[in-house]
Write a protein that binds this ligand. Sequence first.
Ligand code: NAD
Ligand code: UD1
Length: 334
Amino acid sequence: MARILLTGGAGFIGSHTAVALIERGHDVVLFDNFENAERDVPARLARITGIVCPVIEADVRDEAAMAAAFALQPIDAVIHFAALKAVGESEREPLRYYDSNIIGTIRLLAAMQRAGVGRIVFSSSATVYGEPETCPIPETAKLQVSSIYGRTKLAVESLITDLERTKTLSAVAILRYFNPIGAHPSGLIGENPRGEPSNLMPYICQVARGIRPHLNVFGRDYPTPDGTGIRDFIHVMDLAEAHAAAVEHCLAQPGAFTLNLGTGQGVSVLDLVAAFERVNEVPIKLNVVARRPGDVAICYADPRLAKSMLGWQASRGVEEMCRDSWRWQTLYSQ
Ligand code: NAD
Ligand code: UD1
């Protein structure tokens, strides 16, 4: 069993990954500056798992804090979630994004090098594929980013691949997430965006709660069966379990690999809304508006490489994703 440091470990995907790692017997250290996480997440994790994880409240760009984190206890591997993630905001605040996502990663990697920690799992995104030429998208598809957020992800992919090639790092897993939604079935942790959500599921949940009057459907004129965008929604607990499998692969053998994390199923915006209404028995008022700039029509993964390398595949369906998202919204999120 290993000790794994999770940067951004109090965030949406990090907190669920902490649960999956603890369930598999690993020790978890949470490192987060809480700029996009609630302070009671570690306590909620303790309620779910029965384990109190060490928490380091600091910024990955803070070299002294990073060094102290690695000096405090031996770390076997890092999962690097900490980043800013809003595409629109990245276009308005480019320096903030380059600083947090690239400088932050460089500082982390330097601290890992000094501490002799050579294994890293990195949160990348399907956004690196841009408008895909074919769907399902294999990992070998052409990379074409159109946003600053996407460019920070691609830059870090290159950076850590170079460090593995030059043996500064021993094992590197680059995980390209498709559209993570859902929440832990306890309803104790989930996604809680600050301000107006930009992603679909958090917006649907806020309409269901009456916080927003309706869901703006961004375009009904896409070349898809119902005219709305098609995505590969994946339950965050499936994603979390993939991280556990990926880090265990890094612990077992050196080398670098890049994997899509998706279900391989394309689901339209209207399909997701209909599933949410059906399983939760809540109506969602819709308002069709123009396409959102930068959106692609269809994007879903070819997930076969993750299955063959890690023995992992997503097992939770869209209805479970909708049920768990709504349970989290109604029970515990503010
Ligand atoms: P999140 O915002 O919930 O989690 C990120 C966490 O990192 C937060 O707890 C935040 O407080 C922390 N953080 C941010 N900057 C930090 C810094 N400089 N130092 C220390 N902590 C910092 O986001 P998430 O949805 O859990 O995403 C995790 C990762 O996955 C990110 O790298 C994101 O870009 C990537 N990703 C997310 C999605 C998605 O749909 N959620 C899709 C693809 C990729
Ligand atoms: C977006 C980002 C992507 C990022 C991902 C996860 C853009 C262009 N892309 O992906 O880089 O990796 O989030 O953070 O921002 N939709 C609506 N109404 C809404 C919200 C969304 O109709 O209020 C539609 C969108 O047009 C899209 C689908 O729902 O067709 C999914 O949108 P979203 O959840 O924002 O994810 P992506 O656009 O796939």
